[in-house]
Design a protein around this ligand. Structure first.
Ligand SMILES: Cc1ncc(COP(=O)(O)O)c(C=O)c1O
Length: 404
């Protein structure tokens, strides 16, 4: 199988990580932070060290404000319900995933939270002028409740990477905290909260960090006020009926996913060892080859990835210089994307995803709101031969199915 659905979850993961996870878990797999026996203390130390590692990796200032969640959706819910109040105002973009859009809709229904969805240009980049106007409006409303900006670092449909340092500057200038959804970008490119002036950041383990599923996180900068929205056992202040206000326990209740945390810790070590830039470059060379191979096929429509056609194939990897992940979407005129993905799977053993990719506003804006598109998303294990086979497969499908 040629797996080009890494934007959903990366596959395969590194076999060595699973082997090491089992080893580590057999040594320290008890309830962390609850007992005072050696293993419980060791498990707690392992978790604290992983928080420190993640704070360093993502530019967070305080390891105690690295909060473990089960995935990005869980972290976004934790952040949005903990940060927003009655009549809060939010600025976000039409590029966001349903894990942002749906909690915001829920908060609109229950707390009257008002959201402005800033648009993006034909290439897939947030309209910065419109964004600044929306932020200015929120900051001048002075409604004495916490307001928030939420921006995904990279689109899960178009792969475009937003200029977060500039977006962060705008938010900082107007005093509106910025929450960054780094679900797609983390593990592909450097994600530095400090450089983005982000007050909060969400990541997920199972995508390009190559950790197992079931682990993700929310990282907060120390000046951001957030309330608990879950209550329960934490191993501290057990006499009190009130949930502790100490971090990280304020936002974590119940037994940790230690197996997932071990996997995440090992996965981050591996990324650092390999070098993000090395991995990213290799994936971008292949994605660029795919994009350039597909663009000549009659009837092809490509969404995102336009920077592959630019200077240096659009391959840049510094924080501000990277405009694209190895991910974009496509359609063949006259063929429903679901049929295209079924043919790719059935006849060519190529795994891609079709549909709206949980980002309905992206498709509405791109004019694909009804049927969606097929997404090609690359990972560490893809090869040049696989990309060549995919271009051939798409060429055959276009010849066979598209009327000339
Ligand atoms: C941009 C973006 N945000 C959030 C999510 C949700 O991630 P998770 O499945 O880890 O909850 C995804 C997953 O597809 C995504 O692409």
């Amino acid at each position: 199988m040629i797996y080009l659905d890494n934007g959903a979850t990366t596959w395969p993961k590194h076999r060595a990580m699973f082997a090491e996870m089992v080893e580590r878990y057999m040594e320290i797999g008890v309830s962390p932070g609850r007992g005072s026996y050696d293993q419980a203390v060791e498990a707690q130390i392992y978790i604290s060290k992983t928080r420190e590692k993640l704070a360093r990796f993502f530019g967070g200032a305080d390891a105690n404000r690295v909060i473990f969640t089960s995935n990005a959706t869980d972290a976004l819910n934790l952040a949005l319900f903990g940060l927003l109040q009655q009549n809060s105002r939010v600025v976000t973009t039409r590029l966001e995933h349903n894990s942002v859009l749906r909690p915001l809709y829920q908060l609109q229904q229950t707390l009257g939270v008002k959201t402005n969805y800033v648009s993006f240009d034909t290439l897939g980049f947030v309209d910065l002028e419109e964004f600044e106007k929306a932020i200015a409006a929120v900051s001048s409303a002075n409604n004495k409740v916490p307001n928030l900006a939420i921006v995904s670092h990279a689109s899960n449909v178009l792969g475009t990477v937003q200029p977060l340092a500039r977006i962060g500057d705008i938010c900082r200038n107007y005093g509106v905290p910025l929450l960054v959804d780094a679900s797609q970008s983390a593990g592909h490119i450097q994600v530095d909260m400090a450089a983005m002036a982000a007050s909060a950041l969400v990541f997920t383990g199972h995508k390009s960090l190559y950790a197992p599923p079931g682990i993700g996180g929310l990282i907060l900068q120390p000046d951001l006020e957030i309330k608990s929205t879950r209550f329960g056992g934490t191993g501290i202040e057990s006499k009190s009926m009130l949930h502790t206000q100490a971090f990280p326990e304020r936002l974590e209740a119940g037994t940790h996913n230690l197996m997932g945390i071990i996997g995440l810790s090992l996965a981050v070590d591996d990324l650092v060892r390999q070098g993000l830039q090395v991995i990213h470059r290799q994936e971008m060379v292949l994605a660029s080859k795919l994009y350039r191979g597909l663009q000549h096929i009659p009837g092809i429509e490509l969404y995102g990835g336009a920077t592959f056609m630019g200077e240096n194939d659009g391959i840049k990897s510094s924080l501000e210089g990277c405009y694209q992940l190895p991910l974009f979407a496509a359609n063949l005129k006259g063929l429903h994307p679901e049929d295209l993905s079924s043919i790719l799977d059935g006849d060519f053993d190529i795994a891609v995803r079709s549909g709206l990719h949980c980002a309905p506003l992206v498709h509405e804006t791109m004019g694909t709101g009804q049927k969606g598109a097929v997404r090609f998303s690359l990972g560490q294990f893809n090869t040049e031969a696989e990309i060549e086979q995919t271009i051939l497969a798409m060429t055959h499908i276009a010849e066979r199915w598209i009327p000339s």
